[in-house]
Design a protein around this ligand. Structure first.
Ligand SMILES: Nc1ncnc2c1ncn2[C@@H]1O[C@H](COP(=O)(O)OP(=O)(O)OP(=O)(O)O)[C@@H](O)[C@H]1O
Ligand SMILES: [Mg+2]
Length: 239
């Protein structure tokens, strides 16, 4: 579904990704693991292609989605035309809008009114915490609830491929578990997921496969089960 090959990415003159290759197949949950500064967010931003100067610049390599070259595609059409949605690091929900308004905003590019209604019900069933706070302002939600809203928004945008940047950041172990179970449910009903995580333990529990990024290079890859038994991974990421 998503195929990244020999991707080199720069900020100004400094190269942050030194030729990484990975793929995500339809129906998978794939995790991209790595320490601070490894290049995880840069990888996601390169796929979503936030334009310079805010974002990284692809200097070499390919990003293909369902066989189509994504690089010349205008970033704003990735959601509407390709069904690719991003849940960015730090959530970025609209604090002055209500929970419901935040969700509604995400449906702007959709025309399937009846399915949208069913999707609202689905999101509120998956996240009962949000259901009880439909008319509460976004900025009055707890951090965990905001994270759920950010994921609910990606779901409401109707995308089939969701990229998430460290969704577990700042969450209690309890909420973290809840969040990953919801991701698994979304995956079960058809969403393909690429998730960036520092928390290797929980990511390897839920992902089918994973890649480990170190200083802009992929140094390990494999099935989650095999990786969680790998001594180098255990030492560096699982304590
Ligand atoms: N806007 C930017 N301008 C210049 N360099 C940047 C910029 N954003 C990131 N970098 C550099 O690119 C490298 C990769 O950063 P990136 O944010 O992708 O790491 P990360 O794996 O997401 O880390 P973290 O776990 O801390 O979020 C780092 O060396 C970082 O300093
Ligand atoms: Mg990051």
């Amino acid at each position: 579904m998503l195929e990244v090959s020999d991707l080199h990415v720069k900020y100004g003159n400094i190269e942050a990704l030194h030729g990484i290759s990975f793929r995500v197949d339809e129906g998978e949950i794939v995790a991209l693991l790595g320490a601070n500064g490894a290049g995880k967010s840069t990888t996601l931003m390169s796929i979503m292609r936030l334009p310079p100067p805010e974002g990284p610049r692809v200097s070499k390599g390919e990003i293909k989605f369902k066989g189509a070259n994504l690089l010349p595609v205008p970033a704003h059409t990735l959601v509407s035309k390709y069904g690719i949605g991003l849940v960015p690091e730090g959530r970025h929900i609209f604090g002055n809008l209500t929970v419901f308004e935040n969700l509604k905003l995400a449906t702007f590019a959709r025309k399937d009114r009846e399915q949208i209604q069913r999707d609202y019900e689905r999101v509120f069933a998956l996240f009962p915490r949000l259901a009880g706070r439909k008319s509460q302002r976004g900025d009055l939600l707890s951090g965990g609830e905001q994270q759920m809203l950010a994921i609910g928004r990606a779901f409401m945008s109707g995308v089939g491929f969701v990229l998430l940047d460290e969704p577990s950041m700042g969450l209690s172990p309890l909420l973290m578990g809840e969040l990953f179970r919801v991701l698994k449910e979304l995956n079960d009903i058809g969403a393909t997921i690429l998730i960036v995580e520092q928390n290797a333990r929980i990511a390897l529990k839920y992902a089918h496969r994973a890649y480990v990024l170190e200083a802009g290079k992929i140094v390990l890859e494999g099935q989650s089960q095999a990786l969680s038994e790998n001594p180098a991974i255990r030492k560096a990421y699982l304590g």
